[in-house]
Design a protein around this ligand. Structure first.
Ligand SMILES: [Ca+2]
Ligand SMILES: [Ca+2]
Length: 211
């Protein structure tokens, strides 16, 4: 069996497992490095209850504890999967804090691209915006590059390649940026995950705060 055919087989198997677990009402229990390697798609998107904004520093619900379909974040995805999740069952590690984190990149039948954004006013005197990341590259690097991009008002402040060189699993690391240039302004905070090609990288993001 060629590597590609094996990949397709594993993908179908993973989809079947996720579908079966959805039917039974339980959470997919694929361990880290199993289904995640080729199909990171978690539970399909479902209509969720209206979320209540949870103040979390400057960034509303910067810890994603409103859960899937959180109302304070505008979510986008090129696939039907939901990317705010409890990562325990799929990644084998918990969120940085609380229950939920946001997952960029990944796979949902096909390579997934997703994003989250919200509009906030950076208070005068704020200097730093920080967040935590957990990069997880299971598969070999491929010719279709995968990225995480962080921007304020469209100005890209950080770009990370989701390749094997940036793998930090199972450790969370903190990223910090000087946002003093935006102090006093209302800006759009945006994260984008982009996956291309047959293999995809993954990154979890949690606890976005300012000081
Ligand atoms: Ca969290
Ligand atoms: Ca790729």
């Amino acid at each position: 069996m060629t590597a590609k055919r094996l990949s397709v087989f594993v993908t179908i198997l993973a989809l079947s497992l996720i579908f079966a677990s959805t039917l039974s009402g339980s959470v997919a229990t694929a361990g880290a490095g199993a289904s995640l390697s080729l199909n990171g798609g978690n539970a399909p998107r479902v209509a969720g209850a209206a979320a209540t904004a949870i103040p979390d520093g400057l960034i509303n619900d910067g810890g994603f504890e409103s859960g899937p379909q959180g109302g304070v974040w505008t979510e986008a995805s090129s696939t039907s999967c939901e990317w705010v999740l409890d990562p325990t069952s799929i990644f084998g590690i918990p969120a940085h804090s609380g229950t939920y984190a946001w997952w960029a990149g990944g796979y949902c039948g096909v390579a997934n691209s997703d994003g989250i954004s919200q509009s906030v006013t950076i208070p005068a005197g704020s200097t730093t915006l920080s967040f935590w990341t957990m990069f997880y590259r299971v598969d070999a690097d491929d010719s279709g590059p995968d990225y995480l991009v962080f921007s304020l008002n469209g100005a890209i402040l950080g770009t990370w390649k989701l390749d094997m060189a940036h793998n930090t699993y199972p450790n969370w690391t903190q990223q910090s940026f000087d946002v003093s240039a935006w102090a006093g302004q209302t800006v759009t905070v945006q994260f984008k995950g982009r996956s291309r090609g047959f293999y995809t990288g993954n990154v979890l993001v949690d606890d976005i705060t300012t000081e």
